[in-house]
Design a binder for this molecule. Sequence first.
Ligand code: PLP
Length: 397
Amino acid sequence: MQTSWREALLVEQAERRAAGLWRRRRIVSTPQSVNIAIANEESAKQSRINFSSNDYLGLANHMRLINAAAAASERWGVGSGGSHLVSGHYRPHQALEATLADFVGAEAALLFSSGYMANLALATSFVGKGDLILQDKLNHASLIDGARLSYAQYQRYAHLDLAQVDRLLKSKAHKRCLLMTDSVFSMDGDQAPLLKLERLARAHNALLIVDDAHGFGVLGDNGRGSLNACGVAPQGNVLMMATLGKALGSYGAFVAGDAVFIEHLIQTARTYTYTTALPAMLAVASHEALNLLQEEGQQLQEKLQQNIGYFKSRAETLGLRLMPSNTAIQPWLIGDATAACAAASALANAGLDAVAIRPPTVPKGSARLRIALSAEHSLDNIDTLLAAMQKVSIGKS
Ligand SMILES: *Cc1c(COP(=O)(O)O)cnc(C)c1O
């Protein structure tokens, strides 16, 4: 007899729970900030110091962004009412694109409703059948999904293995080649050697696409991003993608590069054409974040770097083994998924929020707590975290 859909799903869900892979939505009852409260985890402290946020500079709940968004919703309403190619492209979008392009040193920029959609656009618009997409094994899921949608041949190379990239680029079995990489790897915090990748791409006439979701706003001159930090411009065969929902504290994403490439995306990208435009009020909020970065970005970045340095050196003194990262993403490798959940619960009981990241987001056996630092954390906050981590690791051994 055939099993019902319901029974089959219940079996699958039971397996998921048993393997420590059950995912639960936590209900946040405060704005995003270094202090948050979780409403639906009764066994743990509700109020917590937040080490689970991509809001690296504390802009998501910044008064300047709040005021800008409020004024913009009065001026432009809430919904955009259509796609960018119909009736949804407003003056704030146009202005933000110009400022973003200027800020990162590109000819042009194009807004997308999210980074996920921008990456789907990038992976599908420039290549197709007979072409090749090369990606780092640890790239973000949106880049991987884009490659799957592209009809191009898709090959992942071992994490940061430039020799393999070189071999694959030389294979010549393809017409065109896209080389796609995260700049800061989202679950590991380590960084791609962008200058070397740019040279390799240039030597083989590949198009290099850099996903700077975790570098934009925090790295480079006043937060211009990872390419800027590495001395590579988003020009010629280099395109950059960055999100506005992480360090910029807002929502949406953009692609920056030469105008011909941007125009090609406008003409062909399905995730640009067939979706409602980002609300203008969010473009205004993002623009305010960008203004703020240009004015005080450097101080915020220095504060963040100080926190990263402090966390790393104290962790080392305490004998806590962190993964190699110099960015705000400081993963604490646990290994087993159930153990990672137990560690996260122990921290939650101590009033600390650091979420367990488990497969399939990370490879099997490499579950971890993804500790994300912010410029807003105090050294006290960090000491509290380290003390709790030490307690957990003593309990383990
Ligand atoms: C978050 C993220 C994205 C997706 O961006 P959204 O705007 O959240 O859709 C893409 N790439 C990386 C590396 C990310 O971390």
